[in-house]
Write a protein that binds this ligand. Sequence first.
Ligand SMILES: [Zn+2]
Ligand SMILES: [Zn+2]
Length: 214
Amino acid sequence: MTDSPRRRDSAAVWLGILLRQFPELGRELAPGRTSAPSPLGRGANRPGPSLPIRLFISDTIRDISDGVVELDEAVCEKLRLPRPQRGTVERRLTRLLGLLDDIAADPALADHVRSEARRMARRCSLALGDAETPVRVRGRCVHCDSVSLRVFPHRETVLCVNPGCRCADPDCRCRTDGRHRHSWVRAEWRQLAEATEGDLAELTAAQDEEGTTR
Ligand SMILES: [Zn+2]
Ligand SMILES: [Zn+2]
């Protein structure tokens, strides 16, 4: 695989995560929110965030909003496109995703987009912390064959949310503890990605790449 499609892929992964998780930040700030029971069986009726956390979240929203506007404008300038119209963060992210092929033609710009997207996706996940929304991925669980895999990028865990899923290991907690769902830690992702293909392979590549460029 040459460098540029891979960069394009990892920029797409980080922008996609940001697009899916950014709206969660706003929901975290909504007054009196209570979370729905999670597939992990915890966090039910968790109270809204405390004041310092709310400030951290609102800081993060501002940082990401500004960052996305700057990135969108920088890309349009480099690609000699008309200055982008005002739009929500989600609209701008969607537009950036649509421009990735053009962005990939300029390696310096592609690098900038990828590192900014990664930085903002991490910041978003960090602010969400325990409330991090799992990201749905394509591909089937290797144990139950359901389309039931979810990734928690910040916690670096993949989970099969099918309550009936059991792996072959009699000692695994998915068999011994009814509240536990089979999960894969980061070290097992590569193997899982090869078995499932699709998004997880891209996410693994994006995170591996991050490990090598740090
Ligand atoms: Zn499963
Ligand atoms: Zn298991």
